[in-house]
Design a protein around this ligand. Structure first.
Ligand SMILES: C[S@@+](CC[C@H](N)C(=O)[O-])C[C@H]1O[C@@H](n2cnc3c(N)ncnc32)[C@H](O)[C@@H]1O
Length: 443
């Protein structure tokens, strides 16, 4: 312990006999934390974020630096980077550094404000299953050198992580999905960035009335955003009650209000960051569509500079079933949605020879292959593709989707560039140990 720190300010806690003076509790904590910081904080101007924990994170840092500057050296032992280039631009973009040139990065500001490395802005609006990490999307946008006039596609946009992150970074995007709940959530995340915050202000009584009218199925609001937002908050509230009795004390209205307050808090924090950095958010275009019919939208041909996407993993997550509360309420037939899912169509013609694989897996692979061909069609020449995918294990058999996906990309005409395996630390399902990011480009 550094003695000099303690002796500087002898705040005087005198023993009952008046014989000794001790530093105050605050001084002791202060001295310990300074010494602790001395050991654990990287020493330098441009330092790693504390969230960098895996070798994959190191590869992601390398990847995004390749896109952001021409000259850099990563020093992984000291957790610092030496770089040249437009440091202010890098500071506003990079997702793996805490400081650039001694100044806190925008990403660190988001992490600090929201207390989480992924649940910032409206990314955590609703617990959509199979969401991927916004940090990975940000990294890929940087790696692909995308600018404000670029346009990004996610044809499996789910709850809109790609489109939301693109909007936050001021880049145009189009998100496509077959799931109505995914469409609603992506639209909400998008629209919330552009509303007047006062529209989210409701009194407790008003919220009580809204909850009642939703429960009695007579809820209507002239503003589509408010209409859908209240429904989403309601579905999330009901789902919480189904899963645990923890909220009984709060009651349904209490939890409903709490969830809405969380969204208002996200709004305020997001707008603070927007103002601080003078950000220009870009609206995303959200389309309800089956990727296998993408070519029906002729204007999407060779339109995109990049595609960042994550197809459904082979039967590892029941995307539709997790939203059964919403679909029951809205009277939407889940079977109908599921029948549009990759691998769930009965009219697939099996062309390739997949020796030994069960029929259901083959059907999924055939759809996946066609999806990748459609992505190829939608990208400009030189366009970049990042597919995030994982292998699942079914009845003890590993389904080798990662390598099959890479093969499909090459067969569709893409040039393979890189595969980064990202372990899912703490994943409860040991069948999914991690996921891979496959990076390619269209020659
Ligand atoms: C792994 S999730 C993507 C999640 C998304 N990245 C997010 O952060 O929310 C896969 C998505 O593919 C969608 N999907 C499945 N079959 C589809 C199809 N034929 N066309 C378009 N989307 C499809 C599902 O609805 C699901 O949202």
């Amino acid at each position: 312990m550094a003695k000099n720190i303690l002796s500087q300010k002898q705040t005087k806690q005198i023993t009952m006999f008046g014989t000794n003076e001790f530093p105050s509790y605050e001084e002791i904590i202060d001295a310990y934390s300074k010494e602790f910081a001395n050991y654990i904080l990287p020493k330098g101007n441009t330092i790693f974020g504390f969230w960098m924990q895996t070798l994959a994170d190191l590869e992601f840092l390398d990847l995004e630096l390749q896109g952001l500057t021409d000259e850099y050296v990563i020093d992984p032992i000291n957790r610092i980077v030496n770089l040249k280039g437009d440091k202010e631009f890098i500071r506003l973009r990079i997702a793996h550094l805490e400081k650039v040139n001694g100044e806190t990065t925008l990403y660190t500001d988001l992490v600090d404000k929201f207390g989480d490395t992924n649940a910032y802005a409206f990314h955590n609006l609703y617990p959509y299953k199979g969401k991927f990490y916004p940090r990975v999307v940000r990294t890929l946008i940087n790696a692909f050198k995308l600018k404000e006039n670029s346009i990004i596609l996610d044809p499996f946009n789910g709850s809109g992580t790609t489109t939301h992150e693109s909007s936050l970074m001021g880049i145009n995007s189009v998100g496509i999905d077959v799931t109505p709940m995914g469409i609603v959530l992506s639209e909400l995340k998008n629209d919330l960035l552009f509303i007047n915050g006062q529209k989210l202000d409701f009194s407790q009584n008003e919220l009580g009335d809204i909850l009642n009218s939703i429960e009695e199925k007579r809820w209507k609001h002239p503003e589509p955003l408010i209409h859908k937002l209240m429904l989403a908050v309601y579905f999330d509230t009901v789902d919480a009650f189904v899963r645990t009795s923890r909220y009984n004390k709060k009651g349904k209205l209490g939890l409903f209000i709490e969830k809405l307050n969380y969204i208002k808090d996200c709004y305020n924090k997001t707008m603070e960051v927007k103002e601080k950095y003078a950000l220009k958010f870009k609206p995303a275009n959200i389309i309800e569509k089956d990727i296998l019919n993408l070519k029906n939208i002729n204007e999407l041909k060779e339109k995109f500079d990049a595609c960042i996407t994550s197809p459904p993993y082979y039967f590892s997550i029941d995307y539709v079933g997790k939203d059964n509360i919403a679909y029951d309420y809205l009277g939407i037939d889940m079977k109908n949605i599921e029948s549009k899912y990759l691998g769930m169509k009965n009219n697939v013609q099996i062309k390739a020879n997949y020796e030994g694989l069960p029929n259901k897996v083959i059907m999924y692979y055939e759809d996946l292959k066609k999806s990748i061909e459609n992505i190829f069609w939608a990208l400009k020449s030189g366009g970049k593709l990042a597919i995030i995918i994982g292998d699942s294990t079914v009845n003890g058999e590993k389904i080798p989707t990662t390598i099959v996906t890479k093969k499909f990309c090459e067969e569709a005409g893409f040039k393979f560039e890189k595969l980064i395996f990202n372990p899912l630390l703490g994943a409860r399902n040991r069948a999914i140990r991690g996921e891979s990011v496959i990076i390619c480009f269209k020659p």
